[in-house]
Design a protein around this ligand. Structure first.
Ligand code: BDR
Ligand code: CA
Length: 308
């Protein structure tokens, strides 16, 4: 499967990239970055640092939007630190970002091949929305969009809003109304993918440099999640979106209507999921409602081990 990952690394985005690189069923065509967890300069540098640590310097990286479509950017420094990827001592990137905007790199990669591409988005959907609006010719070349964002229940950035959607609600609205096959991996499932001490020990036990990097990333992430949310273990959201592409059996989904709240007094950025079909809205997404947690961690650990 040919995939592009649009991301804002970000500790869990970093693991999403490693899963996309390390699983033999995926071909990672390119990585595009967006402002979210940190500024786009930092998320781009972080994507390059992760790829360098994995020895994957041949994968093109392009920087995208530096702010949401409307409204200011508010980064998640309390969770991901000043660099956006605080914790491990990562390689200095040797490669430079491509000399094109993220949207243009995605367009070129999709238009260049005959096989469809799956677009996996693990940050705010700004680049993806801009792509769909400015280059609708890519749509036939896209197999599906799988994004981490939203929730069928409560949020993490506001009581009902999840970070990626709250950061750019207009972008999420555009993507969810584009008429493309779309899968939503929300907090209701990613809050089951917890990096417990056993998971972190499993990364260390790989005995590789990358295994140690993953353990250190998760140790930092555990600290901020404990501090900010009081969670005993941090939820590792973004790789669940990649896992759902690799093995759809890992995630149980329901085809349902999803709307983005754009004007709520307290709920802007919330995903309103009509799981029980109580409205007349047509279904527009496959919404994740269940996760095979053990299979997920097996997939991720095996991929990291495979990179070496
Ligand atoms: C999402 O927000 C970001 O902080 C994470 O990287 C993930 O994509 C979880 O709400
Ligand atoms: Ca992310």
């Amino acid at each position: 499967m040919r995939v592009i990952v649009d991301c804002d690394p970000g500790h869990d985005d970093a693991l999403a990239l490693l899963l996309a690189l390390g699983d033999p069923r995926l071909e990672l065509l390119g990585v595009t970055t967006v402002a979210g967890n940190q500024t786009v300069d930092k998320t781009t540098r972080n994507a390059l640092r992760i790829l360098a640590s994995a020895g994957a310097t041949g994968v093109p990286v392009a920087a995208g939007c530096d702010r949401p479509l409307a409204g200011p950017l508010s980064v998640a420094e309390d969770i991901h630190g000043f660099s956006g990827l605080d914790g491990p001592d990562l390689d200095i990137p040797t490669a430079e970002p491509a000399n094109v905007h993220a949207v243009e790199l995605i367009r070129r990669l999709v238009m260049a091949g005959r096989e469809p591409v799956t677009l996996i988005a693990t940050g705010p959907l700004t680049n993806v929305a801009l792509l769909l609006r400015t280059h609708p010719e890519v749509v036939p070349g896209l197999d599906r969009i799988v994004f981490m964002g939203g929730s069928t229940d409560r949020g993490n950035t506001t009581p009902y809003g999840e970070f990626n959607i709250v950061t750019d609600p207009e972008a999420a609205d555009i993507v969810l109304r584009a008429g493309l096959p779309t899968t939503m991996i929300g907090l209701n499932v990613t809050h089951q993918a917890l990096a417990t001490p056993e998971v972190i020990a499993g990364f260390r036990a790989l005995g590789t440099r990358l295994g140690t990097v993953c353990a250190e990333l998760m140790t930092f992430f555990a600290g901020t999640y404990r501090q900010v949310f009081g969670f005993p273990h941090p939820p590792v959201h973004d790789p669940v979106a990649v896992a759902a592409v690799i093995d759809p059996a890992i995630v149980e989904t329901v085809h349902a209507p999803v709307a983005v709240e754009l004007i709520g007094a307290h709920t802007r950025g919330a995903t309103v999921v009509d799981l029980h079909r109580r409205t007349a809205r047509p279904p527009n997404a496959d919404v994740a409602v269940g996760l095979d947690v053990d299979a997920f961690w097996r997939l991720l650990t095996t991929a990291v081990a495979r990179i070496g």
